[in-house]
Design a protein around this ligand. Structure first.
Ligand code: DLL
Length: 433
């Protein structure tokens, strides 16, 4: 099924003509409304008129997360605040990373792209959608919510947490679809089974899962334990939120990028040059229609492969393979994005700790766990156990308060952690996904 026959099945040539027209418009617009872009384009020696073909996009400079941080909070907005109707921010940060804004029309576009994604997953207005993505600054909750309403489906705004209650609602309201992270889908399956609920007998038939990396092995397990068809949805708050791309139920092989609204490139993360067709590269997105927060050539650090071949669903939109990793060290722990440097920042704010630490990420059953091992100074280490426990609790609280993740803390003896001559390896990720 296709929500928007016209735009999702455009012949390649017509699609590219549309992309070029929209690219020219957005480049012209940001050049005149966002100081950052004017300066960046001037420095690169490129003017809006230089964009005469889609390949000319490569004349434009990249934008990256640091640029967003440097312009915190609203420096990259392209419209006056009076036209902004909503803001979101990326998760798991101290708030100083990336803030994004939406106009009324942006929300309308976003809702339409989510509605498209739901239809690609086989949903219609007759479905009941249990939305367990977190509501709030994270784009998952409200993004999926508005898309479900746009489709005309019935949405249950569950948000995250309260797993027992979620299972009760799954039984009583009989939703036919669920939106959540893949690891939460598995956690629900596990908790339900523990409560003696036959999770396969629920009315659920489709999962629209994303916001973190997963694998076909995980898909299979989720599908078996919940008795659903589990499909992959991708997005990032900077570019829009969920619904930048979506896997279709017919193909189940790669996610269709909504190319009438975004241009996607795959580049070599080191040279910045495009990778060969079908090779793994870092995804770079340019938004074509966003008003409040247009982004030009945004480096996502997400690694994937682009597939141009036709899909059996009939969509002509390029597909991206499941995300295979990242070109930086960002971790996603229970759906929260965390950089080791942010944890370091918290540790350095606490007296008595040494700048030597190790992060051990694992998965117990279906839940991600994070252990932070950190060295303490000699004078502290000889303190009473009670004192050490106090410091552990303080670290755990600060990590939770600032970054939004729960961690277990282990203080270790001075000089007991491995030292590195080159680049320190501070993260040990034992998860097998
Ligand atoms: O995670 C938006 C989203 C919400 C997508 C709900 C899908 C469903 P951020 O919090 O800004 O936005 O995190 C974006 O999460 O750069 C990827 O590294 C990762 N990510 C998102 N979707 C997937 C996916 C939302 N399907 C970052 N597979 C991105 C793998 C994903 N990684």
């Amino acid at each position: 099924m296709i929500y928007d026959e016209e735009f999702e099945t455009l012949p390649r040539e017509a699609l590219e003509a549309l992309q070029l027209k929209r690219l020219q418009q957005v480049v012209e617009r940001v050049y005149h409304t966002v100081g950052f872009y004017r300066k960046a384009f001037d420095e690169a020696g490129v003017k809006p008129d230089d964009i005469q073909s889609l390949d000319d996009i490569r004349k434009l400079p990249f934008t990256n997360k640091q640029d967003l941080k440097d312009n915190y909070p609203f420096g990259l907005f392209a419209v006056p605040m009076s036209n902004v109707v909503r803001m979101h921010a990326s998760s798991g940060t101290t708030g100083k990373a990336t803030v994004v804004g939406y106009t009324k029309r942006d929300i309308e576009t976003w809702s339409t792209l989510i509605a498209r994604s739901f239809v690609a997953a086989g949903l219609t207005k007759n479905d009941i959608i249990h939305n367990a993505y977190g509501y709030g600054l994270f784009t998952g909750g409200l993004g999926a919510h508005y898309g479900a309403e746009k489709l005309g489906a019935s949405v249950i705004p569950m948000s995250g947490g309260s797993t027992k209650r979620q299972i009760m609602i799954l039984q009583d309201f009989g939703p036919t679809a669920i939106c959540c992270t893949p690891s939460y889908a598995l956690y629900l399956a596990e908790q339900g089974e523990e409560m003696g609920v036959d999770m396969k007998a629920l009315r659920l038939r489709v999962g629209v899962l994303g916001a973190e990396p997963w694998s076909d092995r995980m898909r299979q397990e989720i599908e078996e334990r919940l008795g659903i068809s589990a499909l992959d949805i991708y997005g990032l708050s900077e570019v829009m939120g969920p619904g930048v791309s979506m896997e279709c139920s017919e193909g189940r092989n790669g996610l269709h990028v909504y190319e009438d609204h975004f241009i996607v490139e795959a580049i070599d993360p080191v040279t910045g040059e495009p990778v060969k067709n079908g090779e793994v590269g870092e995804l770079v997105f340019t938004t074509l229609t966003k008003e409040a927060f247009p982004l030009i050539r945004y480096r996502t650090k997400d690694l994937s492969r682009l597939m141009k071949e036709a899909c059996r669903c009939g969509r002509t939109l390029t597909r991206m393979a499941r995300i295979s990793g990242r070109s930086d060290d960002m971790l996603i722990i229970r759906g929260v994005n965390v950089f080791p440097s942010q944890i370091e920042g918290v540790l350095l704010g606490i007296e008595g700790l040494e700048p030597h630490y190790e992060l051990i990420v694992d998965r117990e059953g279906t839940l991600d766990t994070l252990e932070i091992r950190v060295e303490v100074g000699e004078h502290i280490f000889s303190d009473e156990v009670k004192e050490l426990q106090k410091i552990e609790r303080r670290i755990a609280k600060d990590v939770k308060d600032y970054l939004g993740v729960t961690a277990s803390i282990k203080l270790v003896e001075p000089k007991s952690l491995k030292r590195f001559e080159g680049k320190a390896i501070r993260v040990i990720d034992k998860r097998k996904i």
